[in-house]
Ligand binder design. Structure first.
Ligand code: NAD
Length: 274
């Protein structure tokens, strides 16, 4: 079965469930991405900083489904922020991925102390206007910086990819995104695996004949989010895509809602990182 899609503010569609490859070594990336494509994933989420774009490119080249059926995301690394350096970094990523056009390019972190995200965004807009990228977005951005991009360029990002999982639900930022027409993409959707052992999630899963991982990912989909779980284990890659034959009840969504914690963040704080 195919993933449902979400329509972005630029008219393009993005699959709601994708495959992330952070911490997958370049040498293992082709096998992992190939297993994901075989399981039905079409959205692949990499980044220059992951140093595995070449391995991802190998899987794209060998893919039985063809380039146009895939949705490829990569991200600009923090040290490459700036107008000219972004144009150069984009070319380098495309050379490794070996594709003609990118589906989604993200500024990996706002990295405010570098003072360069606005010039970076101007280069993104140019690459999009030239037809080299379909959709442009950001990752780990806060509201004032999203608004600055829009106010200075007239282009609001299509996507903000942020840390989001049941223990860190980002309710305020999600509400802002909904008003501003920005799609929310959840990184570390499984809390980097830390939520899998939660007994409450396992108990919810038993009602549907599903695992805790499947319950968490279904929660992202039921909230209208885009989720990009990572695994290199073929059985888990398949398990994490086997979500389209159930939906969580309102009662179960309300129970998961209560797992949100003010200190639930696992990754770096976007206000200071980068
Ligand atoms: P995740 O939440 O997807 O968890 C992955 C880990 O969970 C795996 O390594 C494995 O240990 C475990 N796991 C996965 N499936 C499982 C299953 N079915 N059963 C039991 N355990 C399972 O964590 P992640 O890799 O940090 O995040 C996913 C993707 O998000 C990354 O690969 C990357 O593409 C993206 N990401 C982006 C940023 C960013 O700054 N934009 C930061 C982190 C991650």
């Amino acid at each position: 079965m195919n993933s449902p899609v979400i329509r972005l503010n630029d008219g393009y569609e993005i699959p709601q469930l994708g495959f992330g490859v952070w911490q997958v070594p370049n040498a293992g990336a082709a096998a992992a991405v190939t297993a994901a494509i075989d399981a039905g994933y079409r959205l692949i989420d990499t980044a220059a900083a992951y140093r595995n774009e070449e391995g991802v490119g190998d899987a794209i080249a060998a893919s039985p489904v063809g380039r146009d059926a895939l949705f490829i995301t990569t991200k600009l690394a923090n040290p490459d922020q700036g107008y000219e350096s972004t144009l150069r970094a984009f070319d380098a990523s495309m050379k490794l991925l070996r594709i003609e056009k990118l589906d989604l390019y993200l500024i990996h972190w706002q990295a405010v102390h570098r003072g360069a995200y606005l010039d970076t965004w101007k280069a993104f807009v140019k690459l999009r206007d030239e037809g080299r990228i379909a959709s442009i977005g950001v990752s780990n951005f806060t509201v004032p910086n999203l608004e600055r991009l829009r106010d200075e360029t007239g282009v609001m990002p299509s996507v903000n990819q942020i840390e989001l999982h049941p223990r860190f639900q980002q309710k305020a930022l999600r509400a802002y995104h909904a008003k501003a027409g920005i799609a929310t993409e959840s990184w570390s959707p499984l809390g980097q695996g830390s939520l899998i052992d939660d007994p409450q999630l396992a108990a919810i899963g038993r009602k549907y004949g599903k695992t805790a991982a499947q319950v968490i990912l279904r929660w992202h989909l039921d909230l209208g989010l885009i989720a990009i779980p990572k695994s290199v284990t073929p059985a888990r890659i398949v398990e994490n895509f086997d979500l389209f034959d159930f939906r969580l009840s309102e009662e179960d969504i309300a129970a998961i809602d209560k797992l949100d914690r003010p200190d639930g963040r696992i990754g770096p704080d976007p206000e200071v990182f980068g």
